[in-house]
Write a protein that binds this ligand. Structure first.
Ligand SMILES: Cc1cc2nc3c(=O)[nH]c(=O)nc-3n(C[C@H](O)[C@H](O)[C@H](O)COP(=O)(O)O)c2cc1C
Length: 358
C-alpha cells in the first residue's frame, strides 16, 4: 500500500488520538504490526509561531516511521507554512489536515470539523498546503457536520482534485461526537468515487472487523482508534486473521512486560513525574476487565514514581497469575473493549499544555 510516495508495510493504521498517540504509545502499537501512525493533532498556528510546546507534540525517533504529522487550523497560508515546517524539519513522512475534530476549542477557531461546512475554504487549504510541501498530503474528515449536512463525498472530491494523496473517513457527523455508530456506507460511497486511497475508520472493535470493513466498503486501509487502547494486540491479531491464522491472546506475562516498557518509554519522553501521570490512563486501559481491576485502579491511580508503579503492577499481576487456568483465560481479551468517550472526556491533554497551545 502507498500513500503518495510513502510505502506502508501493511494497511492497518493507528488513528490520531490527541493526548494519547505520543511517541511512547506509537512505539508499542508498531511492535504489534501497525503499518502507519499519526502524531496527535497539533496546531498549525503553534508550529508557525515556533511554540516549543507545539513542536514537542511532534517528538519522534528514527524507529517511529512511517509517520504522518496531523495539523489543525483554518487559515490556508498558516496550514501551508506548518506543512513546510514539518517537511523542512524532517519531522514526519507526510502531513494530514484535521477536518474532523468536533471539540469546541478547535471548532471555535473554524478548524477541525468546522471546515466541512466551508467547501471553498477546504479547496483553498488543500491547494495551498499541496503547493507548500512535497510530502504526501492526506485529509481526515467526518461524514459531515450534522445529519442534514452530510457532505463527506463533496469534501473528499475537492481534496482529491486539489492534490491530496489519501483521505481518511470517520463516518460520524461532527454533531454526533462519538455517540451512535459509524455509518460505513459513507466510506463505501467515498471509495467508489475516488481514485486515491481511502482509509476507513470508525468502530473497528475486534480484529475481524478489519476485513469486515474492507469487504463492505472496499476501503484501501483501516484505521483503528479506541480499540487499540490497552490492546495493541488488535494489530497483531488482525494481521494473523488475514494470514489465515487464529488470533493469539496476550497472556498476563506479555501484558505485564508491555506495561513496564510503555511506562519506561513514557518516563523517557516526559520525565518521571509527568511520564507516570501520562501513563495512568494507559495502565487503566491495560487492566480493564481484569479481576479486581477497579480496586487496583483506585490504588494505582495515585501512586507516584516509576518504581512504585511497577511494584504495584507486579504485585497485582502476580495475584492474577495465582488464579485458576479457567479464570486466567477469562481475564484475557482481544478487542471489543467498548471504550467510549463523550465529547467532554475526549482530547484529554497529557503533558504540558492544552488545546490552545497545541
Ligand atoms: C480521545 C480521542 C482523541 C482523538 N484525537 C483525534 C485527533 O487528534 N485527530 C483526529 O483526527 N481524530 C481524533 N480522534 C478521532 C479518532 O482518530 C477516530 O477518528 C475516532 O476515534 C473513531 O475511530 P475508532 O472508532 O476506531 O475509535 C480522537 C478520538 C478520541 C476518542
Amino acid at each position: 500500500m502507498k500513500i503518495g510516495n510513502l510505502h506502508l508495510s501493511n494497511n492497518l493504521i493507528m488513528a490520531p488520538l490527541a493526548g494519547i498517540t505520543d511517541l511512547a504509545f506509537r512505539s508499542i502499537v508498531r511492535r504489534y504490526g501497525c503499518g502507519l501512525c499519526y502524531t496527535e493533532m497539533v496546531s498549525a498556528d503553534g508550529l508557525v509561531r515556533g511554540h516549543r510546546a507545539t513542536f514537542s507534540y511532534l517528538r519522534s525517533d528514527p524507529g517511529d516511521r512511517p509517520l504522518i504529522a496531523q495539523i489543525f487550523g483554518s487559515d490556508p497560508d498558516v496550514l501551508a507554512a506548518a506543512a513546510r515546517a514539518i517537511e523542512e524539519g524532517g519531522l514526519a513522512d507526510a502531513v494530514d489536515i484535521n477536518m474532523g475534530c468536533p471539540v469546541k476549542p478547535v471548532i471555535r477557531r473554524g478548524a477541525g470539523a468546522a471546515l466541512m461546512r466551508d467547501a471553498e475554504k477546504v479547496r483553498l487549504i488543500v491547494q495551498a498546503t499541496r503547493k507548500a510541501t512535497t510530502l504526501p498530503l492526506t485529509v481526515k474528515i467526518r461524514a459531515g457536520w450534522s445529519p442534514k449536512e452530510k457532505n463527506a463525498l463533496e469534501i473528499a472530491r475537492i481534496a482529491e482534485q486539489e492534490g491530496a494523496d489519501a483521505i481518511a473517513v470517520h463516518p460520524r457527523t461532527a454533531s454526533q461526537g462519538f455517540s451512535g455508530r459509524s455509518d460505513w456506507s459513507v466510506i463505501a460511497e467515498v471509495k467508489a468515487a475516488l481514485t486515491i486511497p481511502v482509509i476507513g475508520n470508525g468502530d473497528v472493535e475486534r480484529p475481524d472487523d478489519v476485513s469486515a470493513m474492507i469487504d463492505s466498503t472496499g476501503c484501501d486501509a483501516v484505521m483503528i482508534g479506541r480499540s487499540a487502547l490497552g490492546n495493541p494486540w488488535i494489530f497483531r491479531n488482525a494481521l494473523r486473521l488475514r494470514a489465515g491464522e487464529g488470533t493469539e491472546l496476550a497472556d498476563l506475562e506479555e501484558k505485564v512486560r508491555l506495561i513496564g516498557e510503555h511506562l519506561e518509554r513514557s518516563v523517557g519522553l516526559y520525565g518521571e513525574e509527568t511520564g507516570v501521570k501520562c501513563f495512568r490512563k494507559h495502565l487503566f486501559w491495560y487492566t480493564r476487565g481484569l479481576r479486581g481491576s477497579a480496586t487496583f485502579r483506585k490504588e494505582a491511580g495515585t501512586i507516584l514514581g516509576k518504581s512504585n508503579v511497577l511494584a504495584k503492577v507486579s504485585a497485582y499481576f502476580e495475584e492474577l497469575a495465582g488464579g485458576s487456568a479457567e479464570e486466567k483465560k477469562a481475564l484475557d481479551f482481544s478487542g471489543n473493549l467498548n471504550i467510549s468517550f463523550n465529547q467532554s472526556e475526549a482530547f484529554p491533554r497529557p503533558g504540558p499544555g492544552g488545546t490552545e497551545e497545541r
